[in-house]
Design a protein around this ligand. Structure first.
Ligand code: ATP
Length: 245
């Protein structure tokens, strides 16, 4: 049974006082309004920014895809951004090669995923070193994407990231949406999606923040424990509530 969108803090999801946390609102004069008979054209509505996070198999990508079909919404995935940066960002590539060796990349310039995974496998210090290189680059790219969305007149910019807090992305968006679902349901969805084994899924889960921690930090929660039609309803309701539509 889905409970739809649950706004933890109540009231309007993006009240003005939360603008202080928003990169965009800090750059704009947030909260100004036109006086009566002032013929200055009203500014276009400010960009709203939302982080979407959740544990493995919770349904982040599914929600991001549904939200991305709505008018005025742009969705960016942290995973896709990291993959793009590994190809395009020379500074990032240099740092990775310095730390993990020349075979971090294959001859055609693409990332040697298997090689890099083997280098960091089961070694928390190496994982930390990799994250210390990649996460700041991903965070910087997020800042640029938000500014670009603002320039492009987007209404809602949504950023999907499993590791939203680890990247530090929560400081760049106004609100965080947590997608959650019961553990067993998440495990069976991922097993079905990836053909992976139960223990593999559980091992990946053990590296993520718990549902309790994530719920405590989120501004909104979607309990994705129903079917896709229920999820669509939750997304519709979230969209309406964020954009006052
Ligand atoms: P990951 O962290 O592994 O990237 P995710 O949180 O992005 O996972 P999704 O890939 O969106 O999760 O969803 C996991 C699987 O469950 C997918 O195959 C998706 O189609 C399916 N799924 C998600 N939500 C529902 C739902 N409400 N009903 C049926 N299937 C769903």
């Amino acid at each position: 049974m889905s409970f739809g969108v649950w706004a933890k803090r109540g009231g309007h999801p993006f009240p003005f006082q939360r603008c202080a946390r928003s990169l965009i609102c800090r750059l704009d004069s947030c909260g100004s309004f036109a006086l009566p008979y002032d013929h200055t054209p009203l500014p276009s509505p400010p960009l709203k920014t939302l982080g979407i996070t959740g544990g493995i198999g919770s349904g982040k990508s599914t929600i991001a895809a549904l939200l991305g079909k709505k008018p005025g919404v742009r969705v960016v995935s942290a995973d896709d951004e990291a993959k793009r940066l590994m190809v395009e960002d020379e500074g990032l590539r240099r740092q990775l090669i310095e730390r993990f060796g020349a075979d971090t990349f294959l001859e055609d310039g693409s990332l040697n995923r298997a090689g890099l995974a083997a280098s960091v496998f089961d070694d928390p210090k190496e994982v930390e070193a990799l994250n210390a290189i990649v996460h700041p680059a991903v965070r910087e790219a997020l800042g640029k994407s938000i500014l670009q969305a603002k320039e492009d007149g987007i209404d809602l910019f949504a950023y999907e990231a499993a590791l939203i807090y680890e990247i530090g992305a929560q400081d760049l968006v106004e609100a965080i949406l947590l997608v959650d679902a019961p553990l067993e349901l998440r495990i069976s969805r991922v097993m079905q999606r990836d053909g992976s084994k139960r223990l593999e899924v559980m091992a990946r889960m053990s590296n993520q923040l718990s549902s309790e921690d994530l719920r405590a930090r989120a501004d909104f929660v979607i309990d994705n424990d129903g079917d896709l039609a229920a999820l669509q309803e939750s997304v519709d309701s979230l969209y309406r509530s964020i954009l006052d539509k």
